[in-house]
Design a protein around this ligand. Sequence first.
Ligand code: URA
Length: 235
Amino acid sequence: MSDPKQLNLFDFSDASEPTPEPSVDRDWIPLDGKVPIPPGTYETIEQMANHCHRCQRCELGGNRTHAVIGRGNLHAAIAIVGEAPGQREDETGLPFVGKSGELLEKILASVNLSTDREVYICNVNKCRPPGNRTPTSDEIAACKPYLLEQLRLINPKIILLTGATAVKGLLGDKRGITKIRGQWFPWEGRLCMPIFHPAYLLRNPSREKGSPKWLMWQDIQAVRAKLDELSIAEG
Ligand code: URA
C-alpha cells in the first residue's frame, strides 16, 4: 500500500495556493422535505434561488408559477419575513407586491425605511399555497432551510415577523400575534419583533388608539428607534 505522506515528497505544486474547501454539492436538492439542507450550502442568494426555482421538497412546488425569493437590499439591516406568496407574488416572482405590500411600503416609508436601503423582504414559504391557505407545518419545515440560509446571507440586525405563521416559522412560537407583537425576541444574535400582518391591518382599518393600525404605528416607531440605537452603538 502506498504511504499517503510520500505523495508530499513528489508534490511540486505551489504551496502558497489555498487548499480547496471541502466541496458542497450545490446541485443536489434533497427532495424529501424532512432531509435538511446544511447551513452554509449557499454562497449567494442567487445560488439559493436557483435551487428554490427547481425545488420539490413539498407539494407547493408542483403548483407555482414562480418561487418567490425576496426583494430589497441584499445587505439590509432589517429583514421582514412574511408568510407565503399570494397570487400577485406567484405571478411576478416578488414578495409583497399586492395590496398587503402597498400597505407595508407605506408603513416603512412613515419612518423613512425603504427596500432601497434598510430593508429586505422575504417569506417563510417560497411557493404559493393553493387558494392562499396557511402553509402546513410540513411545508414550513421543508422550506425552513432556505429561510435560514437567506437570513444568514442577508445578515440583518433586526428581523420583523409579520403575522403568526412567520413567528411560528422562524421562532417556533405558536402564541397568537396579539399577545407577542411589539416585543423583542433575541434569535441567533439578532433581534426579532413580531408585528401584525399587513393583510390583517387591511381588514381592520380603524386608526383609533389601541386599534391594530395604531399598535403597528407604535411598533414601527420602536423598530426605527432600535435601528438608530444599534447603528449609533456600532459607531
Ligand atoms: N403575504 C405574505 O405573507 N407574503 C407575501 O409575499 C404577500 C402577501
